[in-house]
Design a protein around this ligand. Structure first.
Ligand SMILES: Nc1ncnc2c1ncn2[C@@H]1O[C@H](COP(=O)(O)OP(=O)(O)OP(=O)(O)O)[C@@H](O)[C@H]1O
Ligand SMILES: [Mg+2]
Length: 233
């Protein structure tokens, strides 16, 4: 079990504390391809941040790949996250002053002073896989939005992480690019068996995931495998 949450809640501190998530019970196995949907403000990003250990739950227990997150120190957590979780956001967050290749190498650069030859080989292989190897020496700002999101996916995949968390990864793209970036994630999943959890507003995208989790007011209100619809035309 990769993700195992029992009775998880998240209360944001503040003048008026706000309960953004409550009573979340969620199990996700390695290799699943999951959509998380819900209205704006329902708690999707909060849930994704907890899963990715960018934030900690205020109640309940969360085991990530068997590690009890409440028991792990901040430095251990940083290492664990680096090994297990890749992130893709709506706004790709590539570093503008660096090239495409340097951006993909960034997760490695964070742990070492210089990327190894093997790191560069892996980065190039991933850039080829996502279809932007030809842009490797361009600055991250000098490629299109769709290409930037492909680079962000390559960066998330560096190091063979088993879990990719994507928060509205196609939210900033036109429908053609949106479809092809989604297709890419689907293909990577089918090839590498990487687990994907994708927050999306787009019902057409959710409908192409294997499992759909619906959140309303901080609670999971629906969680079921996609109904085997008519074959994709
Ligand atoms: N740091 C914070 N402090 C206080 N409240 C917060 C914080 N972050 C989010 N919230 C609140 O928690 C609730 C859930 O927010 P969250 O960002 O998880 O929603 P979301 O489903 O991702 O929405 P969207 O679709 O607009 O991205 C919202 O009511 C939001 O205002
Ligand atoms: Mg959000």
């Amino acid at each position: 079990m990769l993700v195992d949450m029992k009775g998880v809640g998240k209360e944001y501190e503040g003048v008026v504390p706000f309960l953004a998530l409550s009573e979340v019970n969620l199990q996700v196995d390695k290799g699943e391809f999951v959509a998380i949907v819900g209205q704006s403000g329902s708690g999707k990003s909060t849930l994704l941040n907890l899963i990715g250990t960018l934030d900690r739950a205020t109640t309940g227990t969360y085991l990530l790949d068997g590690h009890d997150i409440a028991q792990v120190s901040d430095s251990q957590l940083t290492r664990l996250r680096g090994e297990l979780v890749g992130f893709v956001f709506q706004f790709h967050y590539l570093l503008p002053d660096f090239t495409v290749l340097e951006n993909v190498l960034m997760p490695k650069a964070a742990t070492r002073t210089r990327p190894t030859k093997e790191d560069t080989t892996e980065a190039m292989r991933l850039l080829e896989r996502v279809g932007v190897a030809g842009e490797k020496d361009k600055l991250a700002t000098a490629i299109s939005g769709g290409q930037q999101q492909r680079v962000a996916i390559a960066r998330a995949l560096m190091g063979g992480k088993p879990l990719i968390l994507a928060d509205e990864p196609t939210g900033n793209l036109d429908s053609v690019n949106s479809e092809s970036v989604f297709e890419l994630m689907r293909e990577v999943h089918d090839e590498l068996k990487t687990t994907f959890m994708i927050v999306t507003h787009d019902e057409r995208i959710a409908d192409q995931c294997d499992r759909i989790i619906r959140i309303t007011d901080g609670k999971i209100v629906d969680d079921h495998p996609r109904v085997a619809a008519s074959p994709k035309s």
